[in-house]
Design a protein around this ligand. Structure first.
Ligand SMILES: O=C(O)C1=C[C@@H](OP(=O)(O)O)[C@@H](O)[C@H](O)C1
Ligand SMILES: C=C(OP(=O)(O)O)C(=O)O
Length: 449
């Protein structure tokens, strides 16, 4: 991204804004997406704790995974890029961290998985680990992590803020046992403790005692991932998890494509009345993005999972609806609802106010800035049909705001997405893949055909 030098009369907009392409015809594309952020960062954490070296195949390479790799290296793990057949970068070989005493600094960027998962690992190491992140990261909820560590007897210095920056003073071991937390602000508080629980001397009995727990799919993913590496997890009681102490088995695992990041491409089929296929769609998965198969038909599309690929075909119009608990899919769903012919509600997503930005406020502001009719509810959004016009779509360093702007731009002339580069958080290839997608509207060819 280039910026005008000080003193020029040129508006910054012309440098920073990405003109969202509006195809003249329906898209007809096959788009391969890189690996899942949530799976990559979970398996990286487990590899650092495992009983031997592990391999991640087709991992995500993005800002969030790079931050995780750097964090694990700071804690002493060895992470090496090795050859691989994946289109989106090398496989990763991870040698777990030895227990060692030293001081460290970790940059969490804006990555929830880094700021929530890694402090628990730092508690297992010896020495002080200082955590900080991007300016907005200091506003993301962290109180449950800090409180949980203290509840486990680990000293955390946070200056009383209950947020980043803070320092974890690890003692080389965590006894574990029973712990109750309020994870109402993020499922990642639960996942973080579960991922490390088997490495606690007495294991972990974690209970969520608080408001509604969001993003349950992500906790189910954590449990499944733990079982895949031999960790004994009892989740038979709702809102309670028991992890037996024991080794985390070293592994060699292929990472599924990121189904949440497949969303904007699938949405392009809905918006343009075209067809988009995502190859390597897992037959079984805990990724929340698998819900596209239920969500998109309700917006007027048809969906077919066949031969390991998901194909979405757009209908003649986009219909709105009531969408509950869409978690990290919500910005893409909201973009589609803003283009729908009937009203929509999104509910069960109050915690999105603590995501990369306050996503509810940001979506309302940006949809309405384009002439839309959106408002916040207590736990989500109400979006009514409106005729949209072009303008700047601000993204607030939020990758999913950027892709939401691109989706709206497929149907509205003159949408300028500010800081498209923020998509590098989980999908650095977004502008290129989007260009490939849109090119199929002109040529009728799929990339790679
Ligand atoms: O554990 C994970 O990998 C994630 C959990 C969810 O967090 P919240 O529970 O904070 O929504 C999700 O939104 C985030 O993108 C990734
Ligand atoms: C909420 C998200 O990210 P994070 O892992 O930083 O919480 C997201 O990717 O939508």
């Amino acid at each position: 991204m280039t910026h005008p030098s000080a003193g020029t009369a040129e508006p910054q907009l012309s440098h920073d804004a990405w003109p969202a392409p509006r195809p003249a015809a329906p898209v007809d594309a096959v788009i391969e997406v890189p690996g899942s952020k949530s799976l990559t960062n979970r398996y990286l954490v487990l590899a650092a704790l495992a009983d031997g070296p592990s391999t991640l195949r087709n991992p995500l390479h993005s800002r969030d995974s790079a931050l995780m790799i750097d964090a694990l290296r700071a804690l002493g793990a060895t992470v090496t890029e090795i050859g691989g057949t994946g289109r989106f970068g090398p496989d990763l070989h991870v040698v777990p961290f030895p227990r060692e005493r030293r001081e460290r600094r970790i940059d969490c960027g804006l990555a929830g998985t880094v700021m929530r998962f890694v402090p628990v690992l730092a508690a297992l190491q010896e020495g002080a680990t200082a955590f900080d992140g991007d300016p907005h990261a200091r506003r993301r909820p962290m109180g449950a992590t800090i409180g949980a560590l203290r509840g486990l007897g680990v000293s955390v210095e946070d200056g009383g803020a209950g947020a980043l920056p803070f320092t974890v003073d690890g003692r080389g071991a965590v006894e574990g046992g029973h712990l109750a937390i309020d994870a109402g602000a993020s499922s990642q508080f639960v996942s973080a403790l579960l991922l490390a629980g088997a490495a606690f001397t007495r294991g972990l009995h974690l209970e969520h005692a608080g408001g509604r727990l969001p993003s349950l799919e992500h906790i189910a993913m954590t449990v499944k991932v733990l079982r895949s590496v031999g960790v004994d997890v009892d989740d038979s009681v709702p809102m309670s998890w028991r992890i037996s102490p024991g080794p985390i088995r070293a592994f060699d695992i292929a990472i599924e494509p990121d189904l949440s990041n497949a969303g904007p491409f699938l949405a392009a089929a809905v918006v343009t009345g075209g067809r988009v296929t995502i190859p390597n769609w897992p037959a079984e998965t805990t990724q929340v993005g698998d819900a596209w198969r239920q969500i998109l038909p309700r917006l007027g599309a048809s969906v077919e999972l066949a031969g390991g690929a998901l194909t979405v075909t757009g209908g003649p119009r986009i219909t709105g609806g009531d969408f509950a608990d869409t978690s990290e899919l919500a910005p893409t769903v909201a973009a589609l609802c803003a283009l729908a012919e009937t009203p929509s509600t999104l509910s069960g997503i109050a915690h999105l106010r603590g995501h990369e930005t306050d996503r509810l406020a940001a979506l309302v502001r940006e949809i309405n800035a384009l002439g839309g009719d959106a408002e916040e509810t207590a736990d989500g959004l109400l979006i009514r049909p409106a005729s949209l016009h072009g303008g700047v779509f601000s993204t607030y360093d939020d990758h999913r705001m950027a892709t939401a702007g691109a989706v709206i731009g497929l149907a509205v002339d003159g949408v300028l997405v500010e800081n498209i580069a923020t998509t590098a958080k989980t999908l650095p290839q977004f502008p290129d893949l989007w260009a490939q997608l849109v090119a199929t509207a002109r040529t009728g060819d799929s990339p790679g055909d």
